[in-house]
Design a protein around this ligand. Structure first.
Ligand code: GLU
Length: 306
């Protein structure tokens, strides 16, 4: 029997409220520091097409590292297996913006979800897309079925103004010969990808093909090949939650990707995609209330991949 998803979401929205005060808003750039601490939204999109939402599920927020999933999708679609020539597929066990491991490992990033890896993905996209910023907008607009998704230019400008570590990472990659294009151009695209503004409902819609073997339930189109869908989901499970993948797997038990904007998107293969937003973060950089909300969802619905 299918669980009553709406009832579970309504209950979650009440249950997570006390945790809002404990989260820390990302303040590495001024444009994110103003996010409303007590904001909460959640959306579930089933492969059947049914949608369930609660709270501010239609409020747009800065997707940040969730965009790394879209970029990976695009790169696998356009490049396929050769993408992995210059990029690993292992958890890093280090912070997402760490430089140390890159030095030991000769400029080959551990995976596409740490910043260094995402910069290599952008560099590869520049070989196959005339304009990877426009290509990103085309991808998410088509996947979410929404034509007005765009970049938050204030966030993009703030990322560029304060992006010292990312600039260091890009120069480091360039020094190792693992960035072919101009460092500033790669960074500009990366910062814009991070500054994509989408709602929980839009992100869930743009993820639901990952729960459906790569096929969009809305259009019937193949968004990713089945073997690439497997790779994206496997990477989310093993590398998608910063340094808390093990804890997230134990508590929530599904592949997901978080961003420091406070969003977490996840999929339950064969069943649904889900996205939650609450900007207060835990020490690892994952939404505190968002992680709790997903834990309650998979526990009460009794569906996870384990
Ligand atoms: N724009 C952020 C950075 O590059 C993304 C961080 C994240 O969401 O993981 O530092």
């Amino acid at each position: 029997m299918t669980a009553d998803y709406q009832k579970i979401l309504d209950h979650i929205a009440i249950d997570v409220r006390p945790s809002f005060a404990r989260g820390k808003i990302a303040d590495y750039i001024p444009a994110l520091a103003a996010a409303p601490r007590d904001c909460f939204g959640m959306a579930v999109i089933c492969v059947s097409g049914d949608e369930y939402v609660v709270g501010e599920a239609d409020r747009r927020f800065s997707v940040q590292s969730i965009s790394k999933v879209f970029a990976l999708n695009m790169a696998l679609r356009a490049i396929g297996a050769p993408l992995w020539d210059r990029l690993g597929r292992e958890p890093s066990g280090n912070p997402f913006n760490s430089l140390v491991q890159l030095e030991y490992e000769n400029g080959v990033p551990r995976n596409p979800f740490i910043n260094a890896g995402a910069l290599v993905v952008v560099d590869r996209l520049m070989d196959v897309c005339a304009d990877p910023k426009v290509a990103m907008l085309d991808f998410v607009r088509e996947a979410a079925g929404c034509d007005d998704i765009g970049f938050d230019q204030e966030v993009a400008a703030s990322e560029a103004a304060w992006g010292y570590r990312n600039r260091a990472l890009a120069n480091f990659l360039k020094g190792f010969g693992n960035l072919r294009h101009d460092v500033d151009e790669v960074l500009d695209i990366y910062f814009h990808h991070c500054a994509l503004a989408m709602s929980c409902r839009e992100i869930s819609r743009a993820f639901v093909h990952l729960a459906n073997g790569g096929i969009s339930p809305r259009t019937g189109a193949a968004v990713t090949k089945p073997e690439h869908t497997k790779q994206v989901n496997a990477l989310m499970l093993t590398c998608g939650l910063y340094d808390s993948v093990g804890d997230f797997a134990c508590r929530v038990g599904i592949p997901g990707k978080s961003g420091v904007g406070g969003g977490i998107a996840a999929v339950i293969p064969g069943i649904l995609s889900i996205c939650v937003y609450s900007p207060g973060l835990d020490e690892s950089g994952n939404s505190l209330a968002g992680t709790r909300a997903l834990e309650i969802f998979t526990t009460e619905s009794a569906i996870s991949i384990f």
